[in-house]
Each structure stands twice: as C-alpha cells, then as structure tokens.
Design a binder for this molecule. Structure first.
Ligand SMILES: [Zn+2]
Length: 229
C-alpha cells in the first residue's frame, strides 16, 4: 500500500518534457521534476540534498536516445559548432542506443551521468562542469551503498573543484565560490585530505559576507575535524 502511494506521488511530481538534441537535431522526451512538488528533507554534510518524493539528480542528466550526446539539463543546449563536431565524431558514430526505464533507477542515473561526463570530456567542457557531474555520480553511488565508487568519484570531484577554484569563474551550476570551498573542505575530509580540508575551511570561516547556512556547516566541520585528529 505504501509503495502504491509513493508511486502515485512520484508520478505526480514528474512530467514529460520534449527536447531537441543540439547535435543530431532529433526530438525526444524526458521526465522532468515539477517545481513545488518535492521538498528538501535533509542535507548531507557535502550538501547532497535529500527530497521528499523524488531525487532530482536522477532526472537531471539528459541522454539523446538517437546519437548518445548527453549533458546536465542546464548545459544541454549550449554547444559550440566545433563541440558538436567532436561529439558527432567521437560519440555518435559508435553509439549503441540503449533504453532506460520510465522512472530512472539509481543505476540508470549513474549511467546517464557517466554519459554526460563522457560528452563533457569530449566537448572539452570546463573542469568545474566535470567536477559537478562527478560529484553527482558519487552521490548516486552513496545511495547505492557502493563506497569504493563513491570515493573514487568524490576524489574526481575534489580534484576538479580545487582546480576550478584556482582557474575558473564561479558560480558553477549555481554553486558560488565560498560554497564550493566549503564543499571541497568536506569532501577532502571524507577522503582523508585533512590538511587541505583545514586550509579551505579557514578561508570559508574567515570570509566576510558568507551565508550563515554555510558558515554554520563550516564550523560543524571544523569541530568534527578537531575531534577526529
Ligand atoms: Zn542527438
């Protein structure tokens, strides 16, 4: 009974949206989360937000079923002409179409994000974008309780965000610089990079004008690190 109620809530929280692929120009539809149907229930220390009905990350990676081009929703349409050529040459020519369930499973969410990461690397996308996709893959592995893969993708996200913080312009997908530094500190702590975590944390805590939300989390993390060492 509970499952039926949950399935109904899941169906009501999603709708079909059509997309035109910027690489092959063909149309396809994908489920999209409706605004306002889904509330944040809790947030992990590295800012993985848990929702009441549906995990929006599962529906955030779009894969064109015709040519294999994939990207996160916000980045899907923005491709330069030469990037389209690289995707066509390196992905579309060897793409074997696969079908996904109507309601994306965690495993399928991982697969779609890996396709998005592949397209991002192929289009020579920004390091921050690659890091953001890697972080979401790590989070899905966390839900799958696959710790080895979670840590491997957290490491990739950590390296990408630290590089992006020194070379690229923020915000990246809505994450501002101080939030990214806090996330890097927390991910670094999870990976055992304690001195780097402390370094980023010190910047966050002493930064003027930082949001209370991030500052409180940064102080919690500082406390956690002090008690762990
Ligand atoms: Zn396509």
């Amino acid at each position: 009974m509970e499952n039926t109620v949950f399935d109904e809530a899941l169906k009501n929280a999603l709708y079909d949206k059509s997309h035109a692929c910027p690489v092959c120009s063909q149309d396809f539809t994908a489920k999209t989360v409706k605004v306002g149907k889904n509330q944040v229930v809790s947030i992990d220390s590295d800012l993985y937000a848990r929702y009441s009905v549906v995990n929006p990350i599962l529906y955030d990676a779009l894969v064109c079923p015709h040519c294999g081009y994939a990207a996160l929703t916000k980045a899907f349409d923005s491709l330069l002409p030469k990037q389209k050529e690289w995707i066509k040459a390196q992905i579309s020519t060897s793409y074997n179409p696969r079908s996904y369930s109507e309601y994306t499973t965690l495993e399928e969410g991982v697969h779609k994000h890996k396709m998005a990461l592949l397209s991002c690397l192929t289009k020579k996308g920004k390091t921050g974008e690659q890091a953001y996709i890697a972080l979401h893959i790590a989070w899905l592995y966390r839900d799958l309780k696959d710790t080895a893969n979670e840590l491997s993708f957290l490491q990739r996200a950590y390296e990408g965000f630290t590089a992006a913080l020194s070379t690229e312009r923020f915000p990246v997908f809505g994450i501002d610089e101080m939030t990214a530094m806090y996330m890097v500190a927390d991910i670094g702590y999870r990976l055992g990079h304690i001195s780097e975590a402390k370094k980023y944390l010190a910047i966050v805590i002493t930064s003027p004008g930082i949001s209370a939300r991030i500052k409180d989390r940064a102080l919690d993390l500082k406390n956690k690190i002090q008690h762990a060492v």
